[in-house]
Design a protein around this ligand. Structure first.
Ligand code: HEC
Ligand code: HEC
Ligand code: HEC
Ligand code: HEC
Ligand code: HEC
Length: 218
């Protein structure tokens, strides 16, 4: 059957409905306050996981680079979660019998991925890709916070439209050299804006266009 609405039209219909809802409901400060609270934007939400995986231990103390486990992040829209085999490169030798790792062994034996509870998610009417951000010099910490200090992973920043737009309006001061992309302790230099503008010029960043609706809703 012929498709009457393009996928983009469908996105816009949903945005329109959400938008009108927001306007009807937006009358009271209370509701606006509620919508901006961490309940809705889910920061600090620490779900229990099948295995108590610790970024603090693995990425922080052991110093394993993010890309070892999230291998898609530079080359694909999605960073991806590591397959169980990645855990086994180490855990077939260490902590072999720990009961904490039972779900990992079971996943391997049954050839079923571990069912992690996701903490970083956007609604499906928002378009996002990692590779472009990484290539332009936006570090993981700018959007995910200090993952290397988290015993259990949580969402450190609210993924609201304002959060995205704040940077899209003026990305330069948030850019860093490519070789520090996963460096959690990186601090912007005193002349962050000038350095960022140099990176932006080199990467040809399309200033001014980045706040257009179709960048994130298409
Ligand atoms: C590069 C090696 C390496 C990889 C890869 C690795 N681990 Fe570990 N993991 C360790 C070491 C080392 C320890 C700490 C043992 C100790 O000293 O207590 C550890 C400890 C743990 C613990 C015990 C709790 C803690 O953090 O102290 C859990 C649970 C765990 N790992 C889960 C995983 C899972 C799940 C994966 C795959 C997503 C994974 N690990 C991948 C090296 C690794
Ligand atoms: C040893 C493997 C490993 C390393 C190294 C690692 N991660 Fe993870 N990461 C995981 C696993 C397993 C999960 C799923 C469980 C969880 O949420 O803790 C995860 C989840 C995440 C999530 C949440 C995804 C979601 O939607 O639930 C983010 C964000 C993340 N990692 C970022 C990072 C960053 C940034 C680094 C580098 C500082 C890093 N990771 C290093 C294994 C790893
Ligand atoms: C510009 C912001 C931004 C940057 C920079 C960023 N992320 Fe993400 N990340 C997100 C958003 C937004 C999501 C949720 C995507 C979705 O639901 O479609 C996400 C999701 C994830 C997930 C869950 C799996 C997935 O791919 O959806 C992992 C793991 C992750 N990020 C790791 C990383 C790592 C590692 C880095 C640095 C190398 C990084 N991210 C840099 C915004 C960012
Ligand atoms: C800290 C800065 C920063 C944050 C935060 C950020 N972005 Fe970006 N974004 C950029 C830069 C820089 C570019 C690259 C611009 C270019 O290619 O000219 C970009 C490009 C994009 C693109 C274009 C991808 C393409 O196909 O070219 C999309 C889509 C996007 N961002 C979505 C998002 C969303 C959704 C969020 C919030 C969850 C977000 N961004 C948060 C800096 C940021
Ligand atoms: C840089 C990315 C980005 C751009 C550009 C952007 N949006 Fe959004 N938009 C988002 C994100 C992320 C959400 C989801 C917010 C949430 O879940 O709280 C969103 C949500 C929405 C919603 C749902 C209701 C709400 O307010 O949460 C509407 C309506 C909307 N956007 C309209 C627009 C319009 C109109 C434009 C152009 C003027 C636009 N957006 C530009 C990222 C963007």
């Amino acid at each position: 059957m012929a498709q009457i609405f393009s996928p983009a039209a469908d996105t816009w219909l949903r945005l329109f409905l959400l938008g009108s809802l927001a306007i009807t409901a937006g009358g009271t400060v209370g509701i606006v306050g509620f919508a901006r609270s961490s309940y809705v934007t889910s920061t600090d939400f620490r779900p229990s996981q099948p295995v108590p995986f610790s970024h603090r231990h693995h990425a922080g103390e052991l110093g394993i680079d993010c890309r070892y486990c999230h291998s898609g992040v530079e080359t694909a829209p999605q960073a991806g979660l590591p397959p169980t085999e990645t855990c086994m490169t180490c855990h077939s030798q260490i902590w072999l019998n720990a009961s904490m790792l039972e779900p990992v062994r079971q996943s391997l034996a049954e050839n079923q991925p571990i069912q992690w509870t996701r903490v970083a998610r956007l609604p499906d009417y928002v378009f996002f890709r990692h590779d472009v951000h990484i290539a332009m010099g936006v570090g993981c910490a700018s959007c995910h916070g200090r993952i290397d200090q988290m015993a259990l992973t949580y969402r450190a920043k609210p993924f609201t439209m304002d959060f995205c737009l704040d940077c899209h309006r003026d990305p330069a001061p948030n850019l860093r050299p490519r070789d520090h992309i996963t460096d959690m302790g990186w601090k912007p230099p005193a002349n962050a804006r000038a350095e960022g503008e140099a990176i932006a010029a080199h990467e040809n960043i399309r200033f001014g266009e980045l706040t257009h609706c179709y960048v994130c809703h298409r």
